[in-house]
Design a protein around this ligand. Structure first.
Ligand code: MF3
Ligand code: CO
Ligand code: CO
Length: 288
């Protein structure tokens, strides 16, 4: 990377002079890098144009989940949900990112009860008392928006409802940590602390991820860990926060289908996911 001069056009494509655009931030990051702190490379910082495209994809994912929430209930099969997601996605000129992603066979993930993530829609009908995560990622005009929610099917036990509520709080507590020059470890730390307060554990084998131009980009966003560790956040990084919160052990196992991941002890798990953008002074939830 050749060093830009103060009066050159900024590398970010804004058309503004470097000194009035990313120069101060680059200098600050360079200082941190010299201290051994991981800093984002420029490919992790999205342009305004990319952000607009990603935001539109995120809004479509949210709309699809709104449709799901209106129709989901006891007796609905997870392939029915998959069909709604597929139909509504293509109707809007978009494509469901999971479909054929690394051999994944469906348009969405439906993870019931002890299924942590990547549950494959099938003939299984949802039953009264189930808790289910529906995870929707759309590709619109080449941009990705990733979001998931939990749904309570009929009358759900107080224990399951509590887990779902705490998982939601964990996601939002993580999101609150997103602001320039905070660290990815601040997100994971705050999430894990909140889970522990309720005697829950956080899954370590899966995490959030950069998203936007690809389905899964750097950085990896841990939902556990140490404050003031990990990569520094800067404006216009876009990534997901999607903590998987378990009633029992944090350990998970993946079934023979190569996708369905369940809690090692068979206890309940819950997950919520938003795609977020770092702003100049905080965070914007693109899937809100
Ligand atoms: N949407 C999931 C995530 O939040 C990834 C699903 S990958 C798939 O990262 F292939 F299972 F769809
Ligand atoms: Co994701
Ligand atoms: Co997702």
């Amino acid at each position: 990377m050749s060093k830009l001069s103060r009066n050159d056009a900024c590398w970010c494509g804004s058309g503004i002079k470097y000194k009035k655009c990313h120069m101060d931030q680059d200098e600050r990051l360079e200082t941190l890098a010299l201290q051994g702190i991981p800093i984002p490379d420029r490919t992790m910082i999205k342009t305004e144009e990319q952000i607009q495209g990603i935001a539109a994809a995120c809004q479509l994912s949210k709309k699809i989940l709104d449709i799901v929430s209106e129709k989901i209930g006891p007796g609905v099969r997870t392939i029915d949900i998959d069909q709604w997601v597929y139909d509504y996605t293509v109707m809007h000129g978009a494509y469901p990112a999971p479909l054929n992603y690394r051999g994944y066979p469906r348009s969405t993930c439906t993870s019931i009860n002890e299924v942590v993530c990547h549950g494959i829609p099938d003939e299984t009908p949802l039953l009264e008392g189930d808790i289910v995560n529906v995870d929707v990622t759309t590709i619109l005009d080449g941009y990705y928006g990733d979001m998931s929610r939990m749904f309570l099917i009929g009358d759900v036990s107080p224990e399951a409802r509590h887990l779902v509520k705490v998982a939601w709080e964990c996601m939002h507590i993580g999101i609150e940590q997103v602001k320039p020059f905070n660290r990815i470890g601040d997100i994971g730390y705050s999430i894990e602390q909140h889970a522990r307060r309720h005697n829950y554990s956080t899954v370590q084998d899966f995490g959030g991820h950069g998203v936007g131009l690809e389905f899964h980009e750097d950085p990896f966003v841990q939902h556990f860990g140490v404050r003031e560790s990990g990569m520094v956040l800067v404006p216009n990084m876009v990534f997901t926060i999607e903590p998987m919160i378990n009633q029992g052990t944090h350990r998970v196992k993946t079934l023979a289908d190569g996708w369905t991941t369940v809690t090692a002890d068979g206890k309940l798990t819950a997950q919520w996911e938003h795609t977020v953008r770092v702003t100049n002074n905080g965070v914007e939830i693109l899937t809100a």
